[in-house]
Design a protein around this ligand. Structure first.
Ligand SMILES: NC(=O)c1ccc[n+]([C@@H]2O[C@H](COP(=O)([O-])OP(=O)(O)OC[C@H]3O[C@@H](n4cnc5c(N)ncnc54)[C@H](O)[C@@H]3O)[C@@H](O)[C@H]2O)c1
Length: 419
């Protein structure tokens, strides 16, 4: 059996390693520097919140290790480590580079190294290959580097690591063919594995997908602000426009963009372009608009309280949801933390409910004690609230509630671009 090692047992690497192990064609190893994650996998528990992978790990043969010696004799090594930004929003290739450095002593002829982490065009050629070639082996001759950007949307039950189409580029023509054949060997039958002309083209594809989302969300966030002033409901308008599916793709406004991808990846392209003398104004502006949304949401709260003749300072406010999207325990880059910080600064007496984490307030207590609530994540628990207790103002940061139902109870409703 050929051996596959996956480096990084996170939201991307763990379900992927399970899928590879599940096909039964490879000896599969999951590697991470985080020993807690490795211990969990050894105990057949998923180290990330992923329903399908949590089932898979109970049945598949996946070894787990945090000892780099176990990477020895791998025919394929896949890297799925984070690609964050620094405080100043500069790309941080530290985790990618250190994962690549880790494998240099274990490289061998005929091997394929695959980067799945999201990076800007040029990272494979300029940052990854020079490190790999320290092994004394030549890319495209002795080994191949491939880039197959992961497109998984954690929590999505329909589109999974098994059935999402793939784009792949490599350091040689034969390399891209071999790497594509490897992916086809474990993905569902019929899934497209698109062989691209270069590593850079594959890198660019993923960045384009995510900047497309960021820009579209920024567009509707901006519309939310102006339509609200015109007395229009943005959700009604977007749903109207979306009944022309051949020319309009619905995106919805909200209290901010979170997660490890959309609010991060644009900075990789912005910085790359800057280095070659190009300013991506459009991307920079989209980031600015989306970064303004937590502040806008807090503004909705303070204007709502003002209508009730109350101040933020000293008022009991419930913050509902800390994760960046519905029904998941993923808190990375979540706008809820910006909202929390701003509310604390304004002196709100804050109670927080997060059903997907331990140690937070009970929802019933919040509805009983708070005058106002801000919904920052559209978890099912919040969408199902029918008895709002003593709440007099609801700021619906995800436009996930029936506003007429809330208003009919005499409660002040403020959404994002809809009142
Ligand atoms: N989460 C998503 O929705 C998603 C979707 C598509 C693509 N991506 C991209 O995939 C990549 C990984 O994202 P993720 O969400 O899985 O991250 P994650 O933080 O969930 O997991 C990354 C794992 O890598 C480990 N790690 C970090 N440095 C390491 C090193 N040097 N050696 C070994 N292990 C190391 C960490 O301990 C962690 O367990 C990123 O580039 C991300 O942009 C993420």
């Amino acid at each position: 059996m050929e051996k596959v090692s996956v480096i990084g047992m996170g939201y991307v690497g763990f379900p992927l390693a399970c899928a590879i192990a599940k096909c039964g064609k490879y000896e599969t190893l999951g590697f991470d520097i985080d020993e807690k994650k490795i211990d969990m996998i050894k105990a057949r528990k998923a180290p990330v919140d992923d329903r399908r992978a949590s089932d898979d790990i109970l049945t598949v043969s996946l070894r787990a290790s945090s000892s780099s010696d176990d990477l020895k004799d791998s025919d394929y090594i896949i890297i799925a480590v984070p690609t964050p930004v620094t405080e100043a929003k500069n790309p941080d290739l530290g985790p990618v580079k250190s994962a690549v450095e880790l494998i240099v002593p274990y490289m061998k002829k005929g091997q394929i190294i695959i980067l799945e982490s999201t990076v800007n065009p040029g990272v494979c050629d300029e940052d990854v290959l020079p490190i790999l070639e320290r092994s004394g082996l030549k890319a495209g001759v002795d080994f191949d580097l491939a880039h197959c950007p992961e497109r998984i949307n954690p929590g999505d039950e329909k589109f999974t690591v098994y059935n999402i189409n793939r784009n792949i580029g490599a350091s040689s023509l034969s390399g891209v063919k071999r790497a594509a054949a490897f992916y086809r060997s474990f993905l569902d039958e019929g899934v497209l594995v698109n062989e691209m002309s270069s590593l850079q083209a594959a890198e660019a594809t993923k960045i384009v997908e995510n900047t497309f989302r960021d820009i579209n969300i920024a567009y509707v966030n901006e519309l939310a602000k102006s339509f609200e002033m015109m007395g229009l409901d943005i959700v009604e308008v977007i749903n109207g426009a979306a009944n022309k599916p051949f020319a309009f793709l619905a995106h919805y406004p909200g209290c901010g963009v979170g997660g490890h991808c959309i609010p991060v990846d644009p900075y990789y392209l912005i910085e790359k372009a800057k280095k070659i003398g190009f300013t991506h104004d459009f991307l920079i502006y989209a980031r600015k608009v989306n970064n303004s949304m937590p502040g806008y949401t807090v503004g909705k709260l303070s204007s709502g309280l003002n209508e009730l003749k109350l101040s933020v300072n000293g008022t009991k406010v419930g913050l509902l949801g800390l994760s960046y999207k519905a029904n998941v325990a993923d808190f990375r880059e979540s706008p809820a933390f910006q909202i929390k910080k701003k509310l604390e600064k304004l002196g709100a007496d804050l109670l927080i409910c997060e059903p997907h984490a331990d140690g937070y307030e009970d929802l019933d207590r919040i509805l009983e004690e708070c005058v106002a609530v801000v919904i920052a994540a559209d978890h099912n628990e919040f969408k199902q609230i029918r008895d709002w207790g003593n709440v007099r103002l609801v700021v619906d940061g995800r436009n996930c509630l029936d506003k007429e139902e809330i208003k009919a109870k005499g409660i002040l409703y403020k959404g994002i671009g809809r009142n």
